[in-house]
Design a protein around this ligand. Structure first.
Ligand SMILES: [Ca+2]
Ligand SMILES: [Ca+2]
Ligand SMILES: [Ca+2]
Length: 345
């Protein structure tokens, strides 16, 4: 081959290369798009708005699903790695440690992360600063973490004080080849409500409903007449003029029963008292405090009629008279404890 032919051949090769480059340069964006823009995923919480009491625990599941519906497959589309940060207000909620063996506080990874070829690099919750960090990925030739909607983890929240904790997310996913997968976050909340019981206890035949003693005990509601010495009292309060009572927050306490006691009235109870219990009206006439209204009460009132022994004064007006006798007679045969509370409108 002479020099002239070699130059001609080189020019031909150059022209071909130029043509190829020209063709390629017409499509670089679409080629690039196909590789670095895998479909985004939605990250959400179930339930989105969780609620619990002070000292109580509620679970929220962290869920992922392809924004387009899925399933999403292929090395450059499916979810092979994920990093998430969730911030929360640690003065309102704290993360419950899901792994007692591991130092620090962890959330519970879903079964997706509980197979070979999947590694959880970071799983930590900082209850001082209010930050959850979760990082996991697939190693080797493992299958993707997810190709369709599924659960990532469960977070257990313990209520610390009344209020609403806003949860904020940041993070991203990764394809197998390390292209970023955009995560679209739907933020959630955890609302902590007071678990302290409140309610209204009215007294039949009175306009001033004050003075009923309300007691919270650990034990389940006792059947029949309850005896002070046999129960473990957690707290005690007294109703106001409107019959209203409310306990201060009692973090970490669980109550078996709430008891209401007022002399000359049948007692009332409420099992597992939490929050607003509603209203109950105590029936009058039990002057001998055996939680029964019967002939003994009527006899007692009759024997003190118009007298000065005010233990027989059922309606508390300072007199033992026909009003006390009639109310007691009207309740004849009734027994406590009363347990039917009306829900406030
Ligand atoms: Ca731990
Ligand atoms: Ca009685
Ligand atoms: Ca009276």
């Amino acid at each position: 081959m002479n020099k002239k032919h070699k130059i001609q051949r080189d020019l031909t090769v150059l022209a071909l290369l130029t043509a190829i480059l020209a063709v390629l340069s017409a499509y670089p964006i679409s080629l690039a798009m196909a590789q670095v823009n895998p479909p985004p995923w939605d990250i959400s919480l179930n339930p989105q708005e969780a609620e619990t009491g002070v000292g109580n625990v509620v679970n929220q599941t962290l869920e992922a699903s392809p924004s387009g519906g899925g399933p999403v497959t292929g090395e450059d589309s499916a979810l092979f790695g994920i990093e998430l940060e969730i911030t929360f207000d640690p003065s309102i909620v704290q993360v419950v440690d899901a792994d007692a063996q591991e130092p620090g506080v962890q959330i519970t990874p879903s079964s997706v992360f509980n197979r070979s070829g999947v590694q959880v690099i970071i799983n930590s919750a900082d209850n001082a600063s209010g930050l959850i960090r979760f990082v996991a990925n697939v190693t080797g030739q493992g299958d993707p973490l997810l190709t369709q909607a599924g659960s990532l983890a469960t977070i257990g929240w313990r209520g610390v004080s009344e209020g609403q904790a806003q949860l904020q997310f940041t993070g991203k996913g990764s394809t197998k080849n390390g292209f970023p997968i955009e995560l679209m976050f739907t933020t959630g909340t955890v609302t902590v409500v007071s678990n302290s019981p409140s309610g209204t206890v009215l007294l039949q035949g009175r306009t001033d409903h004050s003075g009923t003693v309300i007691t919270l005990i650990e034990e389940a509601c006792p059947a029949g007449v309850w005896i002070n010495s046999l129960v473990t009292k957690i707290a005690e309060t007294v109703t106001d003029q409107n019959g209203f009572f409310e306990f201060q927050p009692l973090p970490g306490k669980t109550f078996g029963c709430l008891l209401a006691f007022k002399h000359a009235y049948l007692t009332a109870q409420h099992s597992d008292p939490q929050g607003n219990l509603g209203t109950i009206t105590l029936l009058g006439g039990d002057v001998n405090e055996d939680d029964k209204i019967n002939i003994f009460d009527l006899a007692y009132i009759a024997s003190r009629y118009k007298g000065t022994d005010l233990t027989a004064d059922v309606n508390g007006d300072g007199l033992v008279d026909i009003l006390d006798l009639t109310m007691t007679g009207g309740n004849y045969g009734k027994t406590g404890p009363l347990t039917v509370w009306q829900t406030n409108p």
